[in-house]
Structures are given as structure tokens and as C-alpha cells.
Design a protein around this ligand. Structure first.
Ligand SMILES: N#Cc1c(-c2ccc3cc[nH]c3c2)n[nH]c1N
Length: 244
């Protein structure tokens, strides 16, 4: 997978040199390009923002540096459907979910555009949508100062699903949200710790009973902590376990 990131804080993504994603880059599973939006400016101060038309607090990101930077990433010869998917993190976007991560891991090329200030001039989204598929995506219902944190989270959630990135692919299946439920509690040695025992079923060796116990734990935890996930599954006509 090719990933391009447009940002005014390129050093923010230095962390993608380490851990599993860093290894994925070394082995060629992920090809990453980070583009400093200020490199597309022409003034001495490398200005990327200006005051908003219509007034209002804060500053808006100018369209010109975005247009020039995206020109260097998007292949004009490809039609919009054949080219990369351009994702702009935005509090006004569709909420990012594990299902979306699973959908996006099949993309050959993702471009992430990190806004700052009060956001990006709307014409950047409109013009980009002429030449590429565009999605505004939100990390959740809270306010961040820019798109970089959201892009980091999305890249990790998507990148770890690329075959070969995570050592044991089976571990991807038994995680929260993979089957529409929260994961069951986990335990390891010692069997007693500070007077707290591991549930005896987990020491029984009865794998069928262990699987049933874990399933019940998932359902109980999801009912208690995230009943909305059960509602979502019901509305989508799926049993929580029905993950494609
Ligand atoms: N994704 C996401 C976001 C943001 C966000 C994204 C981009 C910019 C650019 C300026 N401020 C931003 C906030 N806030 N909350 C979320 N869940």
C-alpha cells in the first residue's frame, strides 16, 4: 500500500519509522510519503493560512498550497475512480470504525490531508473531488487541533490489517470490534496474583467451554459498556458475529 500524507508538521510522522509500521515500511508492505505543505508556498514566511471570508475567529488554510501539493501526488492521467482515495480528517466527517479500516485496507493508494487552524478552504475538497475519490473522516465526537493525530490512528488501524504486518493474523480476529463486540478479558501467568485468581474455566483445557465462556464475556461486556454496538448490529441486520 502507498500512503501519502500532507501536513505542516511532517516530523509528527517520524514515529512511523518504528514498531510494526516501521518494519512494514522496511519490508515494502507500506510505501510512505510525507509532504510538507509549506514547501508549496512562495512567500518568505511560507504562509499556509489566511483570514476567513465572511469573518469569524481563527484562520483558514489557503487553497493554493494544497492544490500544488496534491498536484504532485495525484496522477492527472488516471480517472477519479482509478486513482487514490483522498481522506481529509474532519470533525464533520463520517466516524472512523473498524469496518472502515477493513474497507480501506484494500485500497492501493491512500492520501491523507491534515488540516490545521479552523480547517481547509472548502474548494480544496471540491477541486480534489473532481480528480479523485474524497472522504471526510472523523476520529470521534471530540475536538482536536488538527488532523495529524487522526491520521496516525487511521494509519495504524488500517496498516495493521495489511497481510504480513502483524505476525499472528489470528490475533486480529479476537479483538474488540472485529466481530461487532468488545473483546473478552485476558489473563496470563501467574494463576493467582495478589489474591486474585484466573477464572478456572481458562485453566480447564476444555476449549469448547472456554470459547463459550469468552463469547458470553464479550456479550456481557458489550451490553454493559457499549450497548450501541448491539443496536448497530441489529439495525444492520447482522448478528454481531457475522463479520465478512
Ligand atoms: N478527524 C478528526 C477530528 C478533528 C479535526 C480534524 C482536522 C482538523 C483541522 C483543524 N482542526 C481539526 C480537527 N477534531 N476532532 C476529530 N475527531
Amino acid at each position: 500500500m502507498r500512503i501519502d500524507i500532507v501536513t505542516i508538521f511532517p516530523e509528527f510522522f517520524d514515529v512511523l519509522d518504528i514498531s510494526l509500521l516501521g518494519k512494514a515500511r522496511q519490508t515494502g508492505l507500506i510505501d510512505l510519503g510525507v509532504h510538507n505543505l509549506r514547501d508549496a508556498t512562495t512567500d518568505r514566511h511560507r504562509t499556509v493560512d489566511d483570514t476567513p471570508y465572511g469573518g469569524g475567529a481563527g484562520m483558514v488554510m489557503k487553497p493554493e498550497p494544497w492544490g500544488q501539493t496534491l498536484d504532485s501526488i495525484l496522477d492527472e492521467k488516471k480517472n477519479a475512480d482509478a486513482g487514490p482515495l483522498v481522506i481529509f480528517p474532519s470533525p464533520a466527517g463520517e466516524v472512523f470504525t473498524q469496518a472502515m479500516a477493513r474497507e480501506l485496507v484494500d485500497e492501493e493508494h491512500l492520501v491523507f490531508g491534515c488540516g490545521r487552524y479552523e480547517g481547509i478552504d472548502q474548494r480544496v475538497f471540491d477541486h480534489t473531488a473532481i480528480r479523485a475519490r474524497v472522504r471526510l473522516v472523523s476520529l470521534g465526537d471530540y475536538v482536536l487541533n488538527g488532523g495529524e493525530v487522526a491520521v496516525m490512528a487511521m494509519i495504524e488501524a488500517i496498516g495493521r490489517l495489511i497481510p504480513g504486518v502483524v505476525g499472528n493474523p489470528h490475533s486480529l480476529v479476537e479483538e474488540s470490534h472485529e466481530d461487532g463486540l468488545l473483546e473478552a478479558p485476558s489473563y496470563t501467568k501467574p494463576s493467582t496474583w495478589r489474591g486474585l485468581d484466573v477464572p478456572p474455566i481458562l485453566l480447564s483445557g476444555n476449549h469448547g467451554a472456554i470459547a463459550a465462556w469468552r463469547r458470553e464475556q464479550q456479550l456481557e461486556r458489550t451490553r454493559r459498556v457499549r450497548p450501541d454496538l448491539l443496536d448497530r448490529a441489529a439495525n444492520e441486520g447482522e448478528s454481531p458475529s457475522a463479520r465478512p
